[in-house]
Design a protein around this ligand. Sequence first.
Ligand SMILES: Cc1cc2nc3c(=O)[nH]c(=O)nc-3n(C[C@H](O)[C@H](O)[C@H](O)COP(=O)(O)OP(=O)(O)OC[C@H]3O[C@@H](n4cnc5c(N)ncnc54)[C@H](O)[C@@H]3O)c2cc1C
Length: 321
Amino acid sequence: MMVSLLPCTKVYGGRLKDRQELLASSSGGAFTALSDIFLSAGGAVVCSSYNYESHQQEYKLITTAEERNAARGSKYMQSIPGDIFIKAKKWLEDNPDNDLLFVGTGCQAAGFKSYAEMCGLRDRVTVVDIICHGSPSPMLWREYAKSLETNGKIENLTFKDKRNGWNHPTAVVTIGGKEVSIKPYVKIFYSKKALRLSCHKCPYSTTERATDITIGDFWHIEEKMPDKFDEMGTSLFLIHTDRGEALFEKAKGSFDWFESNTADCWQENLEKPTPIDKDREKFWQDYYSHDIEYIAKKYGTVTFVKRIKRKIGKIIRKIRK
Ligand SMILES: Cc1cc2nc3c(=O)[nH]c(=O)nc-3n(C[C@H](O)[C@H](O)[C@H](O)COP(=O)(O)OP(=O)(O)OC[C@H]3O[C@@H](n4cnc5c(N)ncnc54)[C@H](O)[C@@H]3O)c2cc1C
């Protein structure tokens, strides 16, 4: 069976009906719903998961819901593919009656899709890419994580805990049962100073992609479709191929879902790559000439004046509403 591109991208929003599963997901739980279809049919899922020993995000081939649950949660660092392409090929050869789902960033999904085509295995894989505005070098997080481990090992890491809502994610690690904020790292990530240079030329920053499905956050939903807003998050689905459409049809029973369009789901990285920050070079110069504590303090803290300005901005916005 050939995989065919749809005449135009179909757009949906949705969130898991199961509120516990939704709470555990970064966005609306697209990853859980799509991977469930494969796992419950004896298939495999290749996705990226955090390694608490190496402090790296690494691609893994998984076959159980338990492993999938451990892979949930966006981790703001470039994930390491290792030998995952070879492992996926071997799994497909050893399991000729089962199929495989790949979930990863646009660049890594494009690589996997080309590899599957080259090996003549495209018919047995479904490729899902996640919207990404760029990821920093794995080295930066590794060093930052190690600097936090002076009094014990990191037991849990979350960048997008929803205790204050999906729109206001909490980022913490747990060490010795206590939560420690990782705001400085998150501030550096969102400042875009530490993203890899190639992210600023990302060719996958578009709604027209060659994967089967693209998933992401349905940002700005509260402005564009306020009746569809939910404080626990909403996933965005861009369906590109008939294979993607068939998978969405199978998965949509576990969602509250709705149709949308490319205008209402607009976000910057569906149009163009993240621009290079003017202080990017200075950041890396500082990184190579100082320790991680200096970098976290200089680039990861908000000055008193900025905090006051932000508070005033918030008050003005509230009054205007
Ligand atoms: C670096 C990064 C930047 C992102 N930027 C945007 C953005 O600008 N706009 C937007 O709409 N969405 C962005 N996302 C995607 C978003 O945060 C969610 O990952 C996505 O919507 C899936 O949500 P979920 O509820 O289905 O995921 P969950 O159930 O929480 O699963 C998360 C999924 O992301 C994968 N994942 C986690 N970290 C990585 C990583 N470092 N590399 C590769 N895969 C990873 C996991 O394997 C899993 O498949 C970004 C994600 C990452 C990792």
